[in-house]
Design a protein around this ligand. Structure first.
Ligand SMILES: [Zn+2]
Length: 123
């Protein structure tokens, strides 16, 4: 985007979905501000390197594995999809909190990865 100053940080407000972020980073956007990750978490949509996890699906009732095996957040290191599925089904607010912690950590890791790819000249 030639209209954007390259010597200054460029911020994009309100865009938070993963495909849009990837496109915007390539175009020169540096920072984002969106409720998308927390809203998704509160509705049971958890981000993962192997695809989104809809934690309310019955298939996760006995999934004794982390949300994302590659994720280093406290939720993925201590809890299973089955436990978080149970919390959502029981309308236990802790489920929303754990889902939000995971999605925000995922976003921080995603942006760290973009930063490293930019520094490596890959983007
Ligand atoms: Zn996690």
């Amino acid at each position: 985007m030639p209209q954007l100053p390259v010597e200054k940080p460029n911020h994009l407000l309100g865009i938070g979905d993963l495909p849009s972020i990837e496109q915007a980073v390539v175009l020169g956007i540096d920072t984002f501000d969106s409720s998308h990750p927390t809203r998704c978490a509160r509705h049971g949509l958890l981000f993962s390197n192997s695809g989104n996890v809809k934690i309310l699906q019955t298939s996760y009732k006995n999934a004794f594995e982390p949300i994302d095996a590659e994720c280093t957040c406290i939720v993925c290191t201590k809890y299973t999809k089955a436990y978080i599925h149970h919390l959502f089904k029981a309308h236990e607010i802790t489920g929303l909190t754990l889902a939000t912690i995971h999605n925000l950590h995922f976003m921080v890791q995603l942006m760290n990865n973009y930063r490293q790819r930019i520094l490596n000249g890959e983007i």
